[in-house]
Design a protein around this ligand. Structure first.
Ligand SMILES: Cc1ncc(COP(=O)(O)O)c(C=O)c1O
Length: 452
């Protein structure tokens, strides 16, 4: 077999023709979303008030293993896919590890992250249904940016509720969303009933994804031509992101490689769910035994310190209830530079897989994460998004363990995006002003009381 190149590229024809639905192969399916009023499994009709019909079908589909990717979506994917699997030769050298480190790089598009994969799919289906507008939330701004690009491609109106701390910390992100035609509102805002309520209770809040979701859902539910779209957590988003794992598997197979360890950062769980899907499927079938690791911030440790219970997906408690690892929908994580990982809950698919013992989870304080980000930037020359750097941290630590044991393990991690809009975060790390806030047990306990 020839030497593995730095970058393994597939051809455009090799872009998968189907999304892979991991739920079809899960022995225990994720628990259904519940209607918060009746506490019964939510029906297709109820969900269609919020999401467009084909996405509702995908949300509820626990049986079809493969969902065809419409040709129009594949054509748009060709503008930036297939994304490369890169062999991190320089990082391996720096670490002096016998491990082989690969990363799937999803930052090579204008939006700068994997979020575009699902944005294109969701807007395609919304347009097909004849809808005129979508509303959403965004934390770090990556999802809002991706959605603005997708909306401009399909000529769809967009209203984005952006977590206030990111709106203030990342003015350039907000401007990109505007360039592509999206309207951006800092959340919580006084433009919605739920926003006004949150502000009345907590006037100085810097916001959270949970608040912004409440506002976006409220606006969409007022207009029959609008629907709400979400960039993570939902089954449909994990489904769209399966393209990451499918492409990775094909690329590695070309060189006879298969990962012993697969690592992804976890905010709402979409990139992780997509990256690991084809590999965890082999684990479930018993044909392989890769170690799967979810990496989260110590300031928002849903998997490692949360509870596996039914909870609201938003702070204003207007969304359905999801059975997931959660810190409580009232939990507002401390300001952290990984806005995309500041979510109280976790995808029900990831939650179930974790609960059933199919994966491990670790958490890191942000200064350890930035240390890894800078080592990665200096060796591999890509400036990673702080969210993605969580996966880098864990990959480095696994590679260092291999150095100790002498094992030549193959590690694959998801490099979900670039960090060029996160320079204030890098600055605070470099200047030594970065703080590592880790919630106490008491902080977490208080937020769960009466929530669940
Ligand atoms: C670059 C990047 N990586 C990861 C995430 C986390 O999202 P998810 O867990 O849905 O992949 C985000 C979310 O905004 C992001 O912007």
């Amino acid at each position: 077999m020839s030497k593995v190149p730095y970058k393994i590229y597939l051809t455009e024809d090799e872009i998968p023709e189907n999304y892979y639905n991991i739920r079809a192969d899960m022995l225990n399916k994720p628990d259904p979303l519940l209607n918060p009023a009746t506490k019964q499994a939510i029906t297709k009709e109820e969900l269609e008030a919020v999401f467009c019909s084909e996405l509702v079908d995908q949300e509820l589909d626990n049986t079809n293993r493969y969902i065809p990717i419409p040709e129009e979506i594949r054509e748009i994917y060709k503008m930036y896919r297939p994304s490369p699997v890169v062999r991190a030769y320089n990082l391996e050298k720096k670490l002096n590890t016998p491990a082989k480190i690969y990363y799937k790089f999803e930052g090579n598009n204008t939006s700068g992250s994997h979020k575009l994969n699902s944005a294109i799919a969701q807007i395609y289906y919304a347009k097909k249904q004849g809808l005129k507008k979508v509303t959403t939330e965004t934390g770090a701004g990556q999802w809002g940016t991706a959605l603005a690009i997708a909306c401009s491609l399909f000529d769809m109106d967009l209203e984005v509720f952006m977590v206030k701390s990111s709106y203030e910390q990342k003015p350039f992100r907000k401007n990109i969303i505007k360039v592509f035609g999206g309207e951006v509102i800092p959340s919580p805002s006084d433009t919605t009933e739920v926003g006004r309520k949150i502000l009345a209770e907590n006037p100085n809040t810097s916001g959270s994804l949970g608040c912004a979701i409440s506002e976006a859902v409220e606006v969409a539910s007022m207009d029959p031509n609008s629907r709400y779209v979400l960039g993570s957590v939902l089954n449909q988003v994990v489904l769209h992101q399966s393209i990451i794992g499918l492409e990775s598997k094909i690329a590695l197979e070309k060189y006879g490689e298969y990962p012993d360890i697969v690592i992804g950062c976890a905010g709402g769980g979409s990139n992780l769910g997509g990256l690991i899907a084809p590999f965890i499927s082999d684990n479930i079938k018993g044909t392989r035994d890769s170690k799967i690791i979810a990496v989260e911030p110590a300031s928002c440790p849903s998997l490692t310190r949360g509870k596996f219970v039914y909870d609201y997906c938003d702070t204003g408690k207007i969304t359905p209830l999801a059975k997931m690892y959660t810190l409580g929908s009232g939990f507002i994580p401390a300001a952290n530079h990984s806005g995309g990982l500041r979510y109280h809950g976790m995808s029900p698919i990831i939650s179930k897989l974790y609960h059933d013992g199919y994966m491990d989870a670790v958490s890191y304080a942000q200064s350890k994460v930035f240390e890894a980000a800078i080592m990665f930037a200096k060796t591999e020359t890509i400036l990673p998004a702080p969210e993605s750097a969580h996966a880098i941290r864990a990959a480095i630590d696994e590679a260092l363990k291999c150095k100790e044991t002498g094992e030549e393990k193959t590690i694959l991690f998801g490099l979900t995006g670039t960090g060029y809009f996160d320079m204030l975060a890098y600055e605070s790390y470099l200047e030594g002003t970065m703080e590592d806030y880790i919630p106490s047990d008491e902080d977490l306990k208080l937020d769960l009381v009466g929530e669940l």
